[in-house]
Design a protein around this ligand. Structure first.
Ligand code: NAG
Ligand code: NAG
Ligand code: NAG
Ligand code: NAG
Ligand code: NAG
Length: 441
């Protein structure tokens, strides 16, 4: 009796030890990272947010402009694409279904290359900066990316089959110098966040933290937090959440598809706590997919529908303290001021706060001076919002642009369909340029 209970105890112990050994060796080889990251640099000339990925065999660095609302990654294959591991996606395969595409090239008569295989599905990659598009084939290749524990840079891990679409010279035009494609982070099964979380099996979440400086880099995290910024701030703590809304009509792509862009439910706009008089029905998405509020890394400044733009500029000018002198406007902005009586941080009292009010009065995204004002020249600060093109009806009422999301953490959670936002991290004494890229655990 005693000996049998002893042996069952030692068996349990042995099993426990075995599990310990197995799990620690899995942890060491770490084929399952908890999170990944990409470094993001703001290009001074184009104001695009540029990242660099590693792709193909042998691996080469590929510079891409970040496209928050982009369907998937595309690279310019017309520049030449050499890799021993490229695999075209056969028509009807699961990969083609990721893109929800029925387009199929049955026969292609040029030399076999990543943009010309037989029986391969394709899609229409777009350049959301230049507003151009083309058609291209879908295929997969090796993709290598740095893993992280949210605080340190860990080893490079590899996804052997990350799907992307081949673009060409035409849609590359307009991208920052050295950039040969776009990194789509949008709401599709084929975007980088969707593919990386599915392959590495972590939660389908990613977070954007863009630096306002062109000299120091921001970061995109894939996976759960912490997202630790120096000195020691977990930017994923104290987020405010709002539902992400689906726009059922895509603006380019196939009829019947939903938009790959992320939308939030702004219900009104307040400046210094006073409601701006606008036609609030423009803020909802109509049956044709028009209206609503989206977020874009392809627009350097927030774009507002004309009537909203006029109302916001008027209310902002009115709310500016009387000792701040208005000066002639500098295009593309409509309200500029002498910076003399505005504190250098643009955070202190003075610059009116702009609140995007969300699902209830108590939930709002506050845009402070650091995110509303743009220094256009010495001593001149402008309200960094621009008017939507007026020659036709703009697609969206509000497109929150790059300047307004810099030094804010935005976490997109695709499983719960919600956005977590931090408002300016300057208020927490850190910035998006404060991830320690030189650290290693
Ligand atoms: C595609 O199929 C056609 C007809 O069978 C053939 O002539 C052509 O070489 C093939 N192209 C490629 C890229 O394999
Ligand atoms: C895929 O296409 C079908 C048919 O056009 C459409 O009903 C569905 O909403 C699409 N799915 C997505 C995710 O866009
Ligand atoms: C408000 O905008 C909606 C949607 O564009 C439009 O149908 C309506 O006529 C507008 N209302 C006013 C008072 O302008
Ligand atoms: C700054 O504020 C002071 C005191 O209110 C005022 O006298 C001065 O004209 C202001 N200067 C500018 C450039 O607005
Ligand atoms: C960044 O990490 C490295 C390596 O762990 C460390 O030596 C360095 O002090 C860190 N930088 C800062 C500013 O803390």
């Amino acid at each position: 009796m005693a000996s049998s209970s002893f042996s069952s105890l030692s068996l349990t112990l042995l099993c426990f030890l075995l599990i310990l050994i197995v799990s620690s060796s899995v942890a060491q080889t770490s084929s399952r990272p908890k999170a990944l990251l990409l470094k993001v640099t703001k290009d001074a000339k184009t104001l695009q947010y540029v990242t660099q990925v590693s792709q193909r065999t042998p691996l080469i660095p590929v510079k891409l402009t970040l496209d928050l609302g982009g369907d998937y990654m595309w690279v310019n294959c017309e520049r030449g694409y050499t890799s021993s591991t490229y695999r075209p996606a056969p028509c009807g395969s699961a990969a083609c279904q990721l893109l929800n595409t029925t387009s199929c090239t049955t026969e292609c008569y040029s030399a076999p290359a990543p943009d010309c295989y037989n029986n391969t599905c394709g899609h229409g990659p777009t350049n959301s900066v230049a507003n151009t598009g083309t058609s291209g084939q879908l295929g997969a290749d090796v993709f290598a990316i740095q893993s992280t524990d949210g605080k340190n840079v860990l080893e490079v891990v590899t996804d052997p089959r990350l799907y992307f679409v081949c673009g060409n010279n035409f849609i590359e035009a307009g991208l920052a110098s050295g950039v040969t494609g776009m990194a789509g982070l949008g709401r599709t099964g084929a975007s980088l966040p969707a593919q990386l979380s599915s392959y590495f099996r972590f939660d389908p979440k990613f977070a954007l933290c863009l630096s306002s400086s062109t000299r120091s880099s921001g970061v995109v995290f894939f996976g759960n937090g912490p997202y630790t910024l120096l000195p020691n701030v977990d930017a994923s703590s104290s987020l405010t959440y709002t539902p992400l809304i689906i726009n059922p009509v895509t603006e380019n792509g196939f009829l019947g598809d939903a938009s790959p862009k992320y939308f939030i439910g702004v219900t009104s706009i307040k400046i210094n706590d006073k409601r701006v008089p606008i036609n609030e029905s423009l803020l909802s998405i109509d049956a044709e997919g028009y209206g609503g509020t989206t977020i874009s890394t392809a627009d350097p400044y927030t774009v507002l529908e004309t009537s909203i733009y006029s109302a916001v500029v008027a209310a902002f000018v009115k709310a500016m303290p009387k000792n701040v002198q208005r000066v002639p406007s500098v295009a593309p902005f409509g309200a500029c001021f002498s910076s003399n009586n505005i504190s250098s941080t643009r955070l202190g009292p003075g610059v009116p706060s702009i609140d995007l009010v969300l699902q209830s009065k108590s939930v709002y995204w506050r845009i402070v001076g650091a995110n509303s004002m743009v220094e256009v020249k010495k001593n001149v600060l402008c309200l960094g919002f621009v008017e939507a093109r007026t020659d036709f009806r703009p697609r969206f009422a509000v497109v929150i642009g790059g300047h307004q999301i810099e030094d804010n953490l935005l976490q997109f959670d695709l499983s719960t369909s919600r956005l977590g936002f931090s408002s300016s991290l300057l208020g927490r004494s850190t910035t998006c340029a404060n991830f320690n890229f030189t650290s290693t655990a």
